[in-house]
Design a protein around this ligand. Sequence first.
Ligand code: 3UK
Length: 558
Amino acid sequence: MTQTASPSPNANANANNAASAHVDTFTRDHLPPREQWPELIFELPELQFPPRLNCATELLDAWVARGQGDRLCLQAAGVRWTYADLQARANAIAQVLIEDLGLLPGNRVLLRGANTPELAACWFAVQKAGGVAVATMPLLRAKELCQVINKAQISHALCDARLAAELALAEPLCPTLRCICHFRSDQQDGLEVRAAAKSGQFSNVDTAAEDCALIAFTSGTTGAPKGTMHFHRDLLAICRCWPPHVLRPQPDDVFIGSPPLAFTFGLGGLLLFPLSVGASAVLLDKASPELLLPAIAHYRATICITAPTSYRAMAAQIGVQAGVHDLSSLRHCVSAGEALPAATRQLWREATGIELIDGIGATELLHIFISHDEAHAKPGATGVPVPGYRACVLDDSGQVLPAGQVGHLAVKGPTGCRYLADDRQRSYVLNGWNLTGDAYLVDADGYFVYQARTDDMIISGGYNIAGPEVEQALLTHPAVAECGVIGVADEARGQIVKAVVVLRDGFAPGPDMARTLQDFVKAEIAPYKYPRAIEFRTRLPRTETGKLQRFRLREIES
Ligand code: 3UK
């Protein structure tokens, strides 16, 4: 049976090419007003998009249509799906969503699961059915799920049966949530049994390029979570900027990595980008550094995507068990999510011979907008604007600063910030620029150099000190496994620099070690930046996306 799900009252494509396919107009109704959007630029020839497009048609169905359906697409333990396999599954799930569960185009669908091929099939099913995907981090608790579900007024949930419990706790507190269906389940009303009864034939809903395809919630550190709205066009736009111009993946590449598909770093890096070139991805439901290394060897992965701390931990492991894992398949390694310390870049190069590709991205912009390829790596710098994007550094009044001066990073390109019903839109967008909240400078060669999150700048005795610079210095000491640097209140100096340090095995904490590290920092960078306080811990608080939670270090302090 073929679906013709374009019942939108204004879906007469001839009358209005840009007409929404959304019957449920919630996302359109809650976009910020146009004048608060950032300026969007589509200068590259490859960024010219037609007024109607569905990202699933371009990224998934097109390969099957071109006779490439037998290409390997997704792998996991015991799973090897071709493009045709993924398409058939996504089609059947789209049929379940519409025929069994009553989904209407524009309805929001919660996706909840660790990275698995099944989750990827659900994601594409939502796109095909014209729904709006709202993927959530696997570790979210009922309270956080409620915030997301109620904010995005979610009607349907596709949830990995293994993560059913927290969602069940949230359900009674979520009046809009009509239907929960579990996947990776053998229950009669589970997704697999329902999908098995479908034909696997489906015509994608004919969405407009500017119909919302997903709402990504930020891994924000303060306040209520912010939902960022992205269109079908945006999902294709990111595939045409960073990957072909920086990563340059090939059709036989095998992508692997750790970021959850609920984090746009993972969605792009482990799903959209591999599919955009006909390559394949390995989806690991657990991808800690100890598991990622053997998985790279097992699947002969060629492109690894993870956070700086993960590279640091893997490099240390390679150091103690050299040759245990065959990493000879690796061609490119990508680091994003937080600043890449020069010491980590060096450790990874020494361990593997591979120069890391650093890139800064943000949920508001969907993916990476400043980066560099291996040949243009500059230790300590993030890189230069990715083709398709422009960036500069602004002072507090919005004027462009000259090279060498620290200010607010400002970016624009084909994607940009559109918060779902949130006043913070006004502070993220200034004069058409997206302000990411990062303090940066541009160096004499035009490279963008990260300093700190603007809120993390430490002001001590009148000096501006960027915590990450002190962290980078500490990380070059052989005793330091991980560290976080914050400002703590001090009567005499306003703030003082404090370091929270995790030592490597075999090193003892104590006043002697503290003095050693302080002297070391004074010799590495300007002495006034040295940490006047040092605390030793066994681990640091991190988000599910691998980011150090400096605010939690500060909370504990106050
Ligand atoms: C920080 C970096 C220095 C920076 C993301 C790649 O991290 C992502 O999105 P989030 O919304 O956080 C954005 C903020 O994270 N950051 C990220 N990468 C770097 N700082 N160097 C880097 N290489 O503060 C930025 O404003 O969680 C990363 C792709 C997609 C993403 N969503």
